[in-house]
Design a protein around this ligand. Structure first.
Ligand code: FES
Length: 79
């Protein structure tokens, strides 16, 4: 696997943006045809809800990730 994306699926992150972010990630990977190169997994709440929605790509943590930020992060990581 070239990259790993971890999406917090705890109720706070999920309700505040990660439900949408997950869809964005899936369609982005599909559009780019790179699903096989990226491991996508969900995480339980890691008690950092106040900083959420939380996403980790490889070893980098991203916080307060809204849809616009999510797309920027994906473009930057997978360009
Ligand atoms: S729900 Fe994501 S850190 Fe708590």
């Amino acid at each position: 696997m070239a990259h790993q994306i971890k999406v917090c699926m705890g109720s706070s992150c999920f309700a505040r943006g990660n439900a949408k972010n997950l869809q964005l990630i899936q369609s982005f990977l599909e559009q780019k045809g790179i699903e096989a190169d990226v491991e996508l997994c969900g995480l339980r709440c890691c008690n950092r809800c106040a900083a959420g929605p939380n996403i980790t790509i490889d070893d980098t943590e991203y916080h307060h990730v809204d849809s616009g930020t999510m797309l920027d992060i994906l473009e930057k990581t997978f360009r």
